[in-house]
Every structure is written in structure tokens, then in C-alpha cells.
Write a protein that binds this ligand. Structure first.
Ligand code: AMP
Length: 211
């Protein structure tokens, strides 16, 4: 049983937020709110927001705060029985806007050093159909490049190319890492070492959520 139900995952790209988020929502039933996933859907559907967002995403830059807040506000308000924020907020301005919508119970910071981020993300692949995350070195898809869970096509995200990854990490350090102090000051921050095996990280997170 979890007692904390308004949860945010913080950490650099590649720290394992998406992988942990899938396990946490399967266990708790919280609504998974990943701004990256929502934006990729907007891009795939070629909406106006998707077209605007794509220019920033392809460079590894952040999509402007106003667009992100307008996109996520209603989804947070609707998730009354608990939500897991994954990839939002990513700036202090977004965090301040979030405080006007709702207050968080806990922020879990999954830490990973720069070199490990780059190493992992260059090897990351994702199933286009069910979203399962693979790593060609440590957790590869099937030999013909399809998803072992659903048979879907496994692909490399456009922004998982080395130059873009390096920029995403720099953007994380400059714009998102200040949230570590922001939430520490509010007494909400819990830290987890992202270099541990995924199952170990998951059990640490579950114990944090049990209060
Ligand atoms: P992610 O899947 O979380 O790594 O997000 C992929 C990309 O979507 C990021 O590199 C940004 O371009 C954009 N993005 C996702 N979430 C946000 C956010 N909260 N604020 C601004 N841009 C975002």
C-alpha cells in the first residue's frame, strides 16, 4: 500500500524515470503523466502543438513553459486518485505553476552521472507500439529488432542521437537540476542512486511511497 499519491520523478534524461514510471503505475494505479510521451503523441498526430514542439525536441531544447503548463494542467486536475509526474516540471517556472494547480507529496530524484547518461541513451531503443524500453547492450529486443512483449517495431528516438543527448544533459543541468534545491527546501526530496539495478531502484521507490 502506498500512502503518497502525488508523486514526481526527477533526474537527468536516461536515469530510468520512464522505466520506473511504468512499474510504479502498474503497482499503484496512479495516472502516468509523461510530458515527453504526450508531446511525442502530439508530434505523431501532427497537431499545431506537435509541430511547434518538434522544433525544440529535435534540438534537445525545452518546449516553452506556457505550452507545457497549458498541456498538462487539465490532466493533473483530472487525476484525483493519484498521479506520477515523469518529465514535468523541468524548470523552476513550471514548478511554481504546478504549485498553483496542486501540491506534491514527494519528489524522487534518480541520480546518474553525465557519462552514464550518454552511454545509456546512445544504446536506448523503444517499442513504437507498447512503449517498452530496451538497451541494445544490457537488455536488447529480439534478434530481428522487434519487441519481445508485443512484436511491435523497436526504434531509436530522434533525440537519442549523441549530439542531441549531450545538449539534453546540458539543458538538464542548467534548467532542471535547480529543482533539486527547490524541492529540498520544501522538504519533499528523496534521492535514489540510478546506477543500481532497475529492480533495486523500484523496491526503494515503493518503500518511499509507503511513507
Ligand atoms: P523526455 O521524453 O522526458 O526525455 O522529453 C523529450 C523532450 O520533450 C525533451 O527533450 C523536451 O524537448 C520536451 N519536453 C518534455 N517534457 C518537457 C517539459 N516539462 N518542459 C519542456 N520540454 C519538455
Amino acid at each position: 500500500m502506498t500512502v503518497l499519491s502525488r508523486v514526481m520523478l526527477l533526474g537527468p534524461p536516461g536515469a530510468g524515470k520512464g522505466t520506473q514510471a511504468k512499474k510504479i503505475v502498474a503497482e499503484t494505479g496512479f495516472v502516468h503523466l509523461s510530458t515527453g510521451d504526450i508531446l511525442r503523441e502530439e508530434v505523431a498526430r501532427r497537431t499545431e502543438l506537435g509541430r511547434t514542439a518538434r522544433e525544440f525536441m529535435d534540438r534537445g531544447e525545452l518546449v516553452p513553459d506556457r505550452l507545457i503548463i497549458d498541456m498538462i494542467r487539465g490532466r493533473i486536475e483530472a487525476a484525483r486518485d493519484g498521479f506520477l509526474l515523469d518529465g514535468f516540471p523541468r524548470t523552476v517556472a513550471q514548478a511554481e505553476a504546478l504549485e498553483k494547480i496542486t501540491l506534491l507529496d514527494v519528489v524522487i530524484n534518480i541520480e546518474l552521472p553525465r557519462e552514464e547518461v550518454i552511454h545509456r541513451l546512445t544504446a536506448r531503443r523503444v517499442c513504437r507500439k507498447c512503449g517498452v524500453i530496451y538497451n541494445v547492450l544490457s537488455n536488447p529486443p529480439s534478434a530481428n529488432g522487434t519487441c519481445t512483449a508485443c512484436g511491435g517495431e523497436v526504434y531509436q528516438r530522434d533525440d537519442d542521437r549523441r549530439e542531441v543527448i549531450e545538449n539534453r544533459y546540458d539543458v538538464y543541468k542548467a534548467s532542471t537540476a535547480p529543482l533539486i534545491d527547490f524541492y529540498r527546501d520544501r522538504g519533499l526530496l528523496r534521492e535514489v542512486d540510478g546506477a543500481q539495478p532497475s529492480d533495486v531502484i523500484f523496491s526503494v521507490i515503493l518503500s518511499i511511497l509507503s511513507g
